[in-house]
Design a protein around this ligand. Structure first.
Ligand code: ZN
Length: 244
């Protein structure tokens, strides 16, 4: 891997959802790696999945989660460590609109990921959420699509999708746990990302600290599609947002 790239893992789970480790253990483990950015992105859902995985299913729990991450952000900065810890969440698009609007205060997060965008109806649903956030909050959050599968849009809807990504500056995540989503079969989609300068990120969906550093294959896919600049653009926007 080219050592000039910033090293990030912007998709990890803690015991606040289905991860095996506490935030404290994740931070401790991350500090032992060369990772420069790490984002905790625990699940948020009221779909059928909510009965099967623990998640950030109420405002109280979300506040405790955010407070705990703030505590470690302050500790890291006090100790002058070379790690930027970010507050994230991974919202299941099977969730109901009201559940999202009533529980998510977008400004409190550095990165809001959505999983399972698979249809034009899904884009319409997200636009409703984003329109509400634009009207209600002064700053629009950094939003992204977790382990996004472009194949749903290759036959129909690719232009609609790309327009949507541009309109809300939506990030496409390269996730090491889902190599099939980055196959050359989907090249037309990744060419559009380059053409329209859509930001890309790196995440590996780690549910255990042993896989915190499993980001190499995602970097290789970003190199394969020449999206290094798109990644650097994301890092620039994170730097502008995160506390100095
Ligand atoms: Zn995840």
């Amino acid at each position: 891997m080219n050592i000039d790239y910033p090293k990030l893992n912007l998709h990890t789970h803690s015991t606040y959802s289905d991860g095996r480790n506490s935030i404290k253990q994740i931070v401790k483990a991350a500090l032992k790696t060369d990772l420069e950015y790490i984002c905790i992105t625990d699940h948020f859902t009221d779909s059928w999945k909510a009965d099967h995985i623990p998640n950030l299913n109420n405002l109280d729990k979300i506040m405790r989660y955010l407070d705990e991450i703030t505590y470690y952000q302050e500790l890291i900065s006090k100790e002058n460590k070379n790690l930027t810890l970010l507050k994230g969440i991974e919202i299941d698009l099977g969730s109901s609109e009201n559940f999202i609007l009533n529980n998510i205060i977008p400004n409190r997060f550095d990165l809001i990921l959505f999983e399972y965008l698979e249809s034009l109806e899904g884009i319409a649903f997200l636009k409703k959420i984003f329109t509400y956030w634009e009207e209600k909050y002064p700053i629009f959050p950094i939003v992204g699509l977790a382990h996004f599968d472009p194949s749903f849009f290759i036959i129909r809807g690719l232009d609609t999708l790309v327009d949507f990504l541009k309109q809300y500056d939506v990030i496409i995540e390269f996730n090491s746990s889902y190599p099939q989503f980055y196959s050359p079969k989907q090249e037309i989609f990744f060419k559009k990302l380059k053409e329209y300068n859509i930001k890309v990120s790196i995440g590996c969906d780690s549910h255990h600290i042993s896989s915190l550093r499993d980001i190499e294959s995602a970097y290789r896919m970003i190199e394969f599609y020449n999206l290094e600049e798109n990644l650097n653009n994301l890092v620039d926007s994170l730097d502008k947002k995160s506390p100095a």
